[in-house]
Design a protein around this ligand. Sequence first.
Ligand SMILES: Cc1cc2nc3c(=O)[nH]c(=O)nc-3n(C[C@H](O)[C@H](O)[C@H](O)COP(=O)(O)OP(=O)(O)OC[C@H]3O[C@@H](n4cnc5c(N)ncnc54)[C@H](O)[C@@H]3O)c2cc1C
Length: 223
Amino acid sequence: MAKYLGDWTGDYRGSALAVLRPASVAEAQALLRLCSELNLGVIPQGGNTGLVSGAIDGNGTGLVVVSLERLNAIRRIDPENFTLQADAGCVLQTIKDASEAEDCLFPLALGAQGSCQIGGNAATNAGGVNVLRYGMARDLILGLEVVLADGELWSGFSGLRKNNSGYDLKQLFIGSEARLASSRVSRSSCSQNRPASRRPISALPRSRQPSRCSTGRAGPAPI
Ligand SMILES: Cc1cc2nc3c(=O)[nH]c(=O)nc-3n(C[C@H](O)[C@H](O)[C@H](O)COP(=O)(O)OP(=O)(O)OC[C@H]3O[C@@H](n4cnc5c(N)ncnc54)[C@H](O)[C@@H]3O)c2cc1C
């Protein structure tokens, strides 16, 4: 259990009643439902790279660690819409590599990208070295599916870029650092891919892409 109880820097050590490692959304729901019924607090853990002991129980308050490492599939890549769907435990580098294989760019980039997970990136609203050009994790996530504390599934899962239907509730979870619901486990983020500038992908001829050429940023032109 040791690897789930310590910060990789060695600065923080914690404890846990148990470490749970769901491999599917259904398992995550069942485990959180059980913890809720037993009145056990849980703490989601991604790649544990956060550096501030947010993913470990440093105070020894008897929490259960829920590691997302087994919930790590890329579900879908859509290079025409510049989107992908991935489980919360998907390592950021895996997402970047999969995007690259489709000649796309997933622009979130940080030192921990070989270990941190997209769910952790969402929970911390990670910025990284490309933040000035492409924005924070908040700006790259189009939709979320979230397992709530009682095991209920909240679906705000969308790949729709122009979505003005009411409140953007997913933003409540992004950057919450698991505080809003300590047992929150996001399953999938549908993240915006922007094509690598060296080789833009589009069904449109180049002459019809003024926004891409003029700003250097990709994505559909504003409507
Ligand atoms: C070398 C290095 C460089 C970094 N550079 C940057 C940088 O440039 N910009 C930046 O913003 N950050 C940076 N970070 C910190 C960065 O925010 C984290 O590394 C990363 O985003 C956290 O992801 P993680 O999967 O490791 O999450 P963890 O460390 O495992 O968890 C972080 C928090 O998120 C929660 N959490 C994790 N997964 C989930 C989930 N699936 N659902 C709900 N809550 C969850 C945890 O409970 C915890 O509160 C850096 C870290 C390192 C080690």
